[in-house]
Every structure is written in C-alpha cells, then in structure tokens.
Design a protein around this ligand. Structure first.
Ligand SMILES: Nc1ncnc2c1ncn2[C@@H]1O[C@H](COP(=O)(O)OP(=O)(O)OP(=O)(O)O)[C@@H](O)[C@H]1O
Ligand SMILES: [Mg+2]
Length: 334
C-alpha cells in the first residue's frame, strides 16, 4: 500500500470517527516503516500517536483493550484469550539463581527495545517454559507481567482448537492479530496440545495444519510483545518448535534451600511456636513442587486456625505433611 492510500484511509477513518480503524491503520503504517528499517521515524510516529499516554505502560495497553474487542470463536462465541493484570513481586518467586538471572535479563532486554533497535537488534521475544506441573511456569509469566507492568494475555489452546474444523486456523490468526495490536506479555499455556509431534500418527491432518500455522505465525511475529509458551510435556514437542525460541527455561523441582525459602514465604502470615523446625521440614519434603508446599502450608495454617490456636505448632505441620503424603499415594496409584 502506498503512503497516499494509507493517508486516504486515515482520513476516512477520522471523518467516520472510527478510532479503532484509525489506530489500526496508523499502526499498520508504523509497522511498514519498521519493516523498511526506518526505526527512528517509526519510534517518533508511535510517540506522536500515543502522545497523551507514556509508551509501553499499562495505559498503552488499556487503550487497545478499550478499542479492540477480544476475539471469539465464531461457532461457540467463547473468548479466545483473557487479559489479566497482576501485582506480584520478584520476592514471591523462588527459583534458582540461574533462572532469576535469565528472567532479569529478559526484562532488561524488554525494557531496552528502543536502544536495541538503533543497533538493529531485537530483544528476547519468544521464550519457552518447561517443567512439571506446579513448578511456577504460569506464576512466572504473572510475575513478569507484574514487574514489567504490562498486562498478561492468557491463551488456552483448547479454546482455539475445540471448534469447527477449519475454524482453528482462523482463530489463531485472530489471536495473533490481536496481539500484534499492542504490547503484552502473552502466555500460550499448555502449548503441547498444539505442539504435539507432527509425525504422531494419532493426530489428524487438522492438528498438523494448526501446528504449521502456529509455527509460521511465531516465526513471522513482529510485534513488541513478549511471547511465552509453557509446557509440562517438553518431550512431545516437535523439534521444529524448539528452534523457534530465543530462550528456554526449565523449571526444576526446588532444592532443599529453595524449599526452605518457600516454606518461610508461605507460612509467613502466621506466628509460629519456637519449636517448629523448618530446616527439618524442608529436608523431609524432597520431591515436593512449590505448589505442593503451598498447599501443605495452607493446610497446616488452617489446621491451627480451626483448632482456635493463634500460633502454628509442630502437630499442625505434621498433620498437613501426612495429608500430602496421602495425596501423593493416591495420585501415584493411578
Ligand atoms: N517457583 C515458585 N515460587 C513461588 N511460588 C510458586 C512457584 N511455583 C509455583 N508456585 C506457586 O504455586 C502455584 C501454582 O504454580 P503454577 O500454576 O505457576 O504452576 P505451573 O508450572 O504453571 O503448573 P502447570 O504445568 O500445572 O500449569 C502458583 O500460583 C504459585 O503460588
Ligand atoms: Mg501453568
């Protein structure tokens, strides 16, 4: 499209007072400039377009949210994504030093997009989180969204896929178009549904097409958002998916020291008798995920509260620990 055509469409949108269309065309033009590597011009245009709002802030995304409807599945009418805001802190996330460092690094690059672009470089944009259930994949996406103050778009593949054959590709397109219209932290949760090995003979042609489509959209994504895919079955992911990521983070089970930090964090709301030995407890909870530890701490605190005690004591902890072991034995029998 020529510049004249774009200006004409902008005028029409303006005269119709169609602000949604106006912003869409203006963004299209800015992206065109970016593709031509006119990075400074694109940046100035963007600043001018959003001059009443600071760029890359919450407000910026709120504007999109107000103007562009959340895409829905044509057939079921269900929304294909959710937008959420969180207020978590780094302190709430207990992971290894190495993972924390990588996460800080991702944030630093995300905040430095402008300066990076002057060197023709782009920040880390596509990240894969893998790890067992309850190790903090979803929670980490929430923490990143909180510290960067950018809303989290949460996308579940089952919503995208469980529709009429052929609609799935349209749904994916709608989701990517929506994302491209703003700055977001995007979490494609349980991506293994879509990433199932393309040679898997149980999968039908439709899923294969969806995977190809998804990979293509991931490859050609040019927006400024941070895209996170999460899986707890990394082994079933197609090797072609692995290549697409700028960074891969594996969430291991917490070490004894990390379990101690988690126990301190989750039991913080309640006073404890001096006899409670959290070091011993962290030793005894080898193999627990952070999510297991959270559940156990809640059980222990509730046990104390309903027994009308204002302090947590060893029997409360023992009760909760036994409940967790019982839970594991039922789970492992299955
Ligand atoms: N590393 C962690 N540090 C602190 N809290 C954690 C951590 N991991 C998990 N939690 C707590 O456990 C809850 C559940 O974890 P989360 O939903 O992030 O797990 P997940 O890895 O996404 O699991 P799934 O694979 O089942 O989706 C979180 O809301 C958080 O409160
Ligand atoms: Mg999760």
């Amino acid at each position: 499209m020529t510049a004249n055509e774009i200006i004409k469409r902008l005028f029409i949108a303006f005269s119709k007072q169609d602000s949604e269309e106006f912003y869409r065309i203006a963004d299209e033009f800015i992206n065109l400039e970016k593709r031509k590597k006119h990075n400074i011009a694109a940046k100035e245009l963007k600043e001018a377009l959003y001059s009443s709002k600071p760029s890359r802030s919450n407000n910026d995304s709120n504007r999109y949210r107000a103007n562009i409807p959340i895409p829905r599945d044509n057939d079921s009418g269900f929304p294909l994504l959710e937008i959420k805001e969180y207020e978590h802190d780094w302190d709430e996330l207990i992971v290894s030093e190495e993972i924390k460092y990588v996460l800080y690094h991702i944030c630093n690059e995300f905040r430095s997009i402008d300066i990076l672009s002057t060197y023709n470089l782009t920040p880390i944009k596509k990240v894969l989180f893998s790890g067992q259930p309850g190790t903090g994949k979803t929670f980490t996406a929430q923490v990143l969204s909180s510290v960067l103050q950018i809303p989290l778009i949460y996308i579940r593949f089952d919503a995208i896929i469980s529709s009429y054959l052929g609609e799935t590709a349209t749904n994916l397109r709608k989701v990517f178009d929506f994302i491209a219209n703003g700055v977001w932290i995007v979490l494609f949760d349980e991506v293994d549904i879509i990433g199932k090995n393309r040679d898997d003979h149980y999968e039908n042609g439709e899923i294969k097409r969806v995977v190809n489509n998804f990979l293509q959209m991931l490859d050609t994504f040019e927006g400024e958002s941070l895209l996170i895919c999460a899986t707890n079955h990394p082994h079933i992911l197609d090797p072609a998916i692995w290549r697409r990521f700028d960074e891969i983070i594996n969430f291991d089970l917490p070490s004894e020291l990390e379990r101690l930090s988690l126990l301190k964090l989750y039991l913080k709301p309640m006073k404890k008798t001096g006899l409670i030995n959290l070091e011993k407890l962290s030793h005894e909870t080898s193999g627990f995920t952070p999510s297991d530890l959270k559940l156990m701490c809640k059980e222990a605190m509730k046990h104390a509260i309903v027994s009308e005690k204002d302090q947590l004591s060893t029997p409360d902890i023992e009760f909760a620990l036994n409940r967790m072991h019982k839970r594991f034995s039922i789970r492992d029998e299955k």
